[in-house]
Design a binder for this molecule. Sequence first.
Ligand SMILES: *Cc1c(COP(=O)(O)O)cnc(C)c1O
Length: 495
Amino acid sequence: MPAALPAHRPDLGDTGLDPQDWGEIRAQGHRMLDDMFDHMQGLRDGPVWRTPPAEARARFRSPLPVAPSDLAQTYEAFQRDVLPFGGGNAHPGFMGWVQGAGTAVGMLAEMLAAGLNANLGGRDHMPIEVERQILAWVRGMFGFPQSASGLFVTGTSQANFLAVLVARTRALGADARRAGLGVEGARLVAYASKAVHSCVPRALDMAGIGADGLRLVEVDADHRIDLAALKAAIARDRALGLTPFLIVGAAGTVDVGAIDDLNGLADIAAAEGLTFHVDGALGALAVLSPELAPKVAGIERCDSLAFDFHKWGHVPYDAGYILVRDGALHQATFDNPAAYLARADRGLAAGDWWPCDYGPDLSRGFRALKTWFTLRTYGVAALGEAMAANCALAQALAARVDAEPELERLAPVALNIVCFRYRRGASDAMNAEIVADLQEAGRVAPSLTTVGGRKAIRAAIVNHRTRVEDIEALVDSVLAHGRRALQTLAMEAAR
Ligand SMILES: *Cc1c(COP(=O)(O)O)cnc(C)c1O
């Protein structure tokens, strides 16, 4: 008998972390669920966003709770201080940044996933099969072969990083995982347009190659990468004795939603023997709309693709994805021989596909479940239609902007993003003020960016709840706030 085992102590398993009264928690849970449905149903009636009040922030500064407290009281604090002061992305008036709006189905699936508390690192259980099913669907969506691999990650920032590591393995061999980048690694260079998302230079930084190893290539009038300039940059680097290894194309740039010529990039990558990666955070899912799919033609030719189910797919945060054509190369970049991760022929440690072999994470949540529920319940046709509707609204907004003499559009509208400015008396500062005013007023929330060196009011129409009335409200509010700002200026000048 091992002496350390205590004698008969049934109380040692009775920690009180499970409910003492399941009836009580059930009633509380049903109230929470009803409240969240009410919240979602009533989104349009409230403001997009309001500044979290100082009192709410102050109430959150509390010492580490040692003693228990009532669940109902904690929930009350959530309702009072958290729920009304969210980021606004679920609201139909939200047009700032590219963010998904979520769905009621996604919310329910999140609850189921949390109830199950599955760990998707590996082993032999059904949740792994759900993630495999998503992989099979994603391969089909993008015309990738059976041998392609894929993985849920937090978001496209992480997916782009993983893609850089996979490309690094292709360029240097898996040996670089052990030996480091060495002299050969110091010569690696990657290419993307000037409009590339900031997470791509950061991915090169994190991969040890350095952000300076990313060449930022000029764009054309449509904000697409200039292919001739790209070829010239590659030739220049080769002449310098450097090693071009990666081209990153954009299926929807973050600022204006431009889509690079993906077929042109695929041709150059093939001719030069480089890896072709696509940042499709915003636009990749356009393949689900027959109307929009031609815009991202060529995406099926990339070596790897990063995209987000949590943006245009409306799966609740977070649900990023990486798809890699060469599954073996993907695995060779991340697999891990630790003894405690050894595979068995049978038992719980069986299973021939362990996600932990394809990325840096061992413990992983069940992102696949909310994605599976979303795709299955709505069907991809409806998701594609919602995206096409967003693009139609963006075109309507562009037309309205073009028709208003006080407004000026700053970029072509390829997808769902419209950048414009208030032009009369038009300083950058005034446009920045208008954006902040609108956000604080709470009816519509665009964001501010810089296009061609000028401050732009940016409306990214991503939300499936956004309607024509929200687009009208945006233009009307910009005009009203712009005119008021001009009046104030005139009054100050007269004084
Ligand atoms: C949003 C976005 C990213 C970053 O994706 P996350 O999911 O926020 O990490 C990268 N690239 C583009 C083009 C984006 O729109």
